[in-house]
Design a binder for this molecule. Structure first.
Ligand SMILES: C[C@H](O)[C@H](O)[C@H]1CNC2=NC(N)=NC(=O)C2=N1
Length: 96
């Protein structure tokens, strides 16, 4: 199982991501994505779902019309790990 990140590791990893924010209470990172419409939002979710499944690491997320909120944390470890940072990086690349 992946180890929880130290605050130094976390800040360094966050610096390499695009627009993710740290939630201290949940020891998680989150990002609210906005799209043109539901179709675009759901297409994004489909791509993230496939990437998550192949990584064996899954987001907590919600969707409302053109908005997708993603929260990443590692349940098995009880907080943020490299798996969350790696999935966030993949999600960033899906967006471009
Ligand atoms: C057995 C399986 O790999 C684990 O249950 C994985 C699946 N996806 C997961 N996703 C997340 N976000 N946290 C986990 O601890 C986790 N565990």
């Amino acid at each position: 199982m992946a180890d929880k990140l130290s605050s130094t590791q976390r800040e360094r990893a966050l610096g390499g991501l695009n627009g993710w924010v740290y939630d201290e209470a949940g020891d998680a990172i989150s990002h609210v994505f906005k799209f043109k419409d539901f179709s675009e939002a759901f297409a994004f979710m489909t791509r993230v779902a496939l990437a998550a499944e192949s990584a064996g690491h899954h987001p907590e997320w919600s969707n409302s019309y053109n908005r997708v909120t993603i929260v990443l944390t590692t349940h098995d470890a009880g907080g943020l790990t490299t798996k969350d940072m790696a999935l966030a990086k993949v999600i960033d690349t899906i967006l471009v």
